[in-house]
Write a protein that binds this ligand. Structure first.
Ligand code: C5P
Length: 288
């Protein structure tokens, strides 16, 4: 049997850092949004565990999140990890779009199907959350609030569809480097914004630190603002900067007006994904 599934990307509509925790992580209150930029994974029965990646810049060795997800799932189920996995990368790595985490989440879903496991979603979320803070979001998709390290997910009702202009600079950004640069005060245990996606503030607290490390990111954000984006923000710790537009036509016009981007930047226009659209993309199905 061979299964195929797509791993969708995310942007952070809002990202509030509440403070630094004793374990070194940062307590967050973030609003995730699934978007239609996808990697493609296939899962096939095999005697061993292998991963074939079409992008040579992505490490395909044991540290790859896909292989770590496969081993963690097999361990949780008490079986040996046997699968031949392929990964076609379209989501840039180090781009703040959650590409590696999305691949890990889809691996949990794909291998659960291949191995005919019947594990509850909260167990998959626990396994995923141990692999990376963003992984549990990708088991839900749509619009969702992320608390704790970002791994505690509260799904929210879908927001009206929007078109997103993604500007992906030609350099990756290291997430730990941005969090270090932030020098956040100790978390005092207080919460973030009140419930309801509409109340999420138009802010990303990682932006000043990332822009101090890479001043070009600020130029991109300001270019998106000048091009008419309703909201222009860094996604996660970057390097992708996104602009929200009401529809495809407005986004296309906005993208046409972008000026002064770093040489080699890639610009993509993608739709936001509802929860149902997210899930139907990441659901494993039989390959032809
Ligand atoms: O959880 P994940 O492995 O994706 O996190 C990568 C790094 O980002 C962590 O090692 C940590 O330095 C930083 N981080 C953080 N607070 C978070 C999430 C990530 O400090 N909530």
């Amino acid at each position: 049997m061979k299964l195929v599934a797509e791993a969708f990307a995310k942007v952070n509509r809002s990202l509030v850092v509440l403070g630094k925790r004793p374990d070194g992580y940062h307590e967050l209150d973030t609003l995730f949004q699934a978007v239609g930029l996808t990697d493609r994974l296939t899962f096939e029965e095999s005697d061993g565990l292998t991963l074939d990646v079409d992008d040579p810049s992505i490490p395909a060795g044991a540290e790859n999140l896909v292989l770590r997800a496969a081993r963690a799932l097999a361990e949780a189920a008490g079986i040996r990890p046997r699968a031949a996995i392929t990964l076609e990368k379209r989501i840039p790595s180090g781009g703040g779009l959650g590409g590696g985490s999305a691949d890990a989440a889809v691996t949990l879903l794909g291998l659960s199907a291949l191995w005919k496991l019947d594990l509850p979603l909260d167990l998959l979320a626990r396994v995923g959350g141990a692999l990376g803070s963003d992984v549990p979001f990708f088991l839900h998709g749509g619009t969702a609030r992320g608390l704790g390290r970002g791994e505690r997910i509260e799904p929210l009702p879908d927001l009206p569809p929007q078109a997103v202009v993604l500007v992906m600079p030609p350099f990756p950004v290291s997430t730990p480097a941005v969090f270090r640069r932030l020098e956040a005060p100790a978390w005092d245990g207080r919460g973030g914004w009140a419930l309801g996606a509409g109340d999420a503030p138009d802010r990303n607290d990682l932006e000043p630190a990332a822009e101090a490390l890479f001043p070009a990111l600020r130029d991109v954000r300001e270019a998106l603002e000048r091009a008419g984006a309703a909201r222009a923000r860094l996604s996660g710790s970057g390097s992708t900067v996104f602009g929200l537009f009401p529809d495809l036509a407005a986004a296309t016009e906005g993208a046409r007006r972008l000026e002064g981007l770093p040489a080699g930047s890639a610009v993509r226009i993608v739709p936001t994904l509802s929860r149902e659209e997210s899930r139907s993309r990441s659901a494993p199905r039989r390959a032809e």
